[in-house]
Design a protein around this ligand. Structure first.
Ligand code: ADP
Ligand code: MG
Length: 695
């Protein structure tokens, strides 16, 4: 048998013909090395084989037995049944899909290793178990009797016989015949210092571990590699930006900015002033600014961004100010356009709901340079929008945008300065990784006069008390938000929905109050009108879906009620809570949970009730649910992590930093070990950048 090398095409693997290899190629798997990187999605522990009469309900196990009978069962649902027996008893295996396939597969007397979780229905049964044929004529029991890998599946792969088991055949063949090892780009001394496995061992044992403990060591090594690549990519990005010289010059801040600050209804907090100074310095600098303005909900980032926009305007550069929702863009425009025009800056707004004529007019003015600050939604990135001299791009709630969207706006100027904002507090370690190519300004303290928000969580049987509380609160001059998870009744669930609630509450418990409703399907014009009515106090209670999560500002709102709070993540709950307590009055958030409330949801709600600090919430959120969408990991444009967990593996990032830092500060002068690592990471990064289209 010919030996396999890392770059051998997978076609050389026994059993992989042209048909299979074509499908593998489609999945990015061409060579032996590629398949080594196709990590298992989970494992089945077959190291403990159990006699059938010792199977227990809900306890995963493997049995080995012989097919006694098999055939289709008709009933409410057609299904395929196999009766499998060993010396101690028999059990029924059931499949609700793929009847034809099973019909062809099973023959009486065949032996199988079967792994699954027993359930009980007129006797013990295994539903859709994992199967391994045991061939009497070969002693090759590759897949049973140990911890075996289960590979990610696609229907295309299964169709050509590359189910998890089919891929297992490929990987086990590969490991049996591989004549070389994956090179390790990390120095040996480094590995032993930090107790990392060699790369080849880590990869090989990830596929075929000896035991469970070993798996964690493998994971740790591979996670380190993954994070290291990520860190390198970010650092490289930063380096690239630092090599651009921009063609804009700024004069020191003049009257416009001073007048603006004097005209504000409040004084900027020290942190707002500091952030403004940092931005002003960046704008005056030689390199394009890349700054993240970061701080908890309601800390007052917008006014800082507006000051930046004005400073650009003062220097005759245009600013594009993009927000993720219509509501938010409108609100920014409405809140600031008077202040702006008072000091001589022209602002305008462009969103999807602007009329065609309006869009045309605004786009024309913008192209002619007559608009200084253009607020808008995604509508800003369309081709018909152009700027005469776009100098500054501001992106609010940046984690709501994709890389491409941000890139498109950016491309409308010539290396414009970039200010992104996020209301999602990010733990420091993460911020450094995800946004390591950005400079960061943080606003930690809320503006003065904010009252802490009292937060409680209750189960839904206290609703009547809540309505009474609302009524009292509104009598004493407050306003409230009621948040629902759904717009309307759904067949799939019996969650509360905003439309039914509106009907019921306005007819019953809250009929004496002025209610209104907004959600994603209310037309933008109408929605704006409602929000405006709410803002000026003509509406007492706003019933809404989470469309209000982002940035809505009504300082007079003092109560927030969240229905089905058990369904929301911590960070989202916190964002919602940020809608209240914005004025000087004490505020209350009431999270209503509808049973059943899982243990983890309960933990979340308790933490939410006791913790008001957004940064701590963000960390807890990470621990409770792992780095999810909310941190914009995906949107950050960085590669998705397959193995590492940004939170759990944060120490690995620290180790990575110690490895990378000397290398990055002095790339001309590397010893041979560092040189090897540097080259490897550069190669990887280039491949990524090609995939990102240069992003
Ligand atoms: P976020 O950082 O969440 O975007 P906003 O910019 O919307 O917060 O500000 C929240 C509220 O705080 C707004 O009503 C804003 O006018 C107010 N605000 C901002 N800065 C100050 C300040 N220095 N003093 C008092 N109120 C302020
Ligand atoms: Mg905001």
């Amino acid at each position: 048998m010919a030996e396999l090398r890392l770059n051998s095409p997978l076609q050389y693997v026994k059993g992989v013909g042209p048909r299979k290899s074509a499908v593998l190629t489609k999945h990015g798997l061409d060579t032996v090395e590629d398949i080594l990187g196709y990590y298992p999605r989970q494992y089945l522990d077959r190291s403990n084989i159990v006699p059938i009469n010792e199977l227990k309900i809900d306890q995963p196990a493997t049995i080995i037995g012989e097919v006694k009978a098999h055939g289709v069962l008709y009933g409410k649902a057609k299904r395929y049944e196999v009766i499998l027996a060993d010396e101690t008893g028999n059990i029924s295996l059931l499949w609700f899909r793929g009847v034809k396939y099973w019909e062809r597969l099973f023959k009486k007397g065949m032996k199988f290793a079967v792994t699954g979780t027993p359930s009980y229905f007129q006797g013990l049964q295994l539903l859709h178990p994992d199967l391994e044929r045991i061939d009497e004529h070969s002693d090759q029991m590759v897949h049973a009797g140990r911890i075996i890998p289960v590979y990610p599946q696609t229907s295309e792969l299964s169709k050509v016989g590359l189910s998890s088991k089919g891929i297992r055949n490929v990987t086990s063949f590969v490991f049996d015949h591989l004549s070389e090892e994956l090179d390790d780009y990390l120095p040996k001394t480094f590995l032993s210092k930090h107790h990392f496995m060699p790369r080849h061992t880590a990869v090989a044992r990830t596929h075929y571990p000896d035991d469970r403990d070993q798996l964690e060591s493998c994971r740790r090594r591979l996670a380190f590699d993954e994070l290291l690549e990520l860190q390198f990519l970010v650092a490289r990005n930063k380096g690239r930006k630092a090599s651009i010289t921009k063609k804009r010059t700024y004069q020191p801040p003049g009257d416009m900015l001073t007048d603006f600050k004097n005209g504000l209804l409040f004084e900027l907090t020290p942190e707002q002033k500091k952030a403004t100074r940092e931005i002003v310095a960046d704008l005056q600098g030689e390199r394009p600014m890349s700054r993240l303005l970061h701080g908890d909900v309601g800390c007052g980032k917008t006014v800082v961004a507006i000051a930046a926009a004005l400073y650009a305007a003062e220097n005759k550069f245009q600013c594009a100010f993009m927000a993720p929702t219509e509501i938010l863009a409108q609100q920014h425009y409405r809140n600031w356009n008077e202040f702006l025009s008072a000091v001589g800056a022209v602002s305008a707004i462009l969103t999807a709901s602007s009329s065609a004529a309006e869009k045309k007019k605004v786009a024309q003015k913008c192209a002619d340079g007559e608009i200084d600050i253009l607020f808008g939604t995604h509508a800003l990135i369309y081709d018909y929008v152009s700027f005469e001299r776009l100098g500054l791009v501001i992106i609010d709630e940046q984690h709501r945008f994709g890389v491409e969207q941000r890139g498109k706006l950016y491309a409308k100027g010539e290396d414009p300065d970039l200010l992104v904002m996020t209301a999602t507090p990010i733990p420091r370690t993460l911020a450094l990784t995800l946004y390591g190519d950005l400079d960061i300004s943080t606003i930690e303290a809320l503006p003065p006069g904010r009252q802490p928000i009292r937060t409680v969580w209750r189960t839904d049987d206290v609703r009547d008390k809540v309505w009474q509380y609302l009524r009292d609160e509104i009598k004493s001059g407050g306003q409230a938000y009621l948040i629902y998870p759904l717009i309307e009744k759904s067949d799939q669930s019996n969650l509360e929905n905003v439309e039914d609630a509106y009907r019921e509450l306005s007819a019953g418990p809250l009929s004496d109050l002025r209610l209104a409703i907004v959600h994603g399907r209310v037309k933008p014009k109408e929605r704006d009108a409602i929000l405006e009515q709410f803002r000026i106090g003509k509406i007492d209670i706003l019933l809404a879906t989470t469309v209000i999560e982002v940035g809505i500002d009504n300082p007079n709102a003092t109560v927030l009620v969240i229905e089905h709070a058990e369904r929301f993540g911590l960070a989202q709950l916190h964002q919602l809570r940020g809608r209240i307590g914005r004025g000087g009055k004490p505020a209350t958030a009431i999270a209503i949970a509808h049973p059943p409330v899982s243990a983890i949801a309960r933990q979340r709600l308790e933490y939410f009730a006791e913790q008001g600090d957004g940064f701590l919430i963000a960390e807890a959120d990470l621990q409770l649910r792992g780095p999810g969408e909310i941190f914009g990991v995906r949107q950050s444009g960085l590669p998705e992590l397959r193995i590492a967990n940004l939170w759990q593996d944060r120490q690995l990032m620290e180790i990575g930093r110690t490895l990378l830092e000397p290398m990055l500060t002095n790339p001309e002068n590397l010893d041979s070990d560092s040189h090897k690592l540097y080259n490897y990471l550069t190669r990887k990064a280039r491949r990524r950048e090609l995939n990102l289209g240069g992003g």
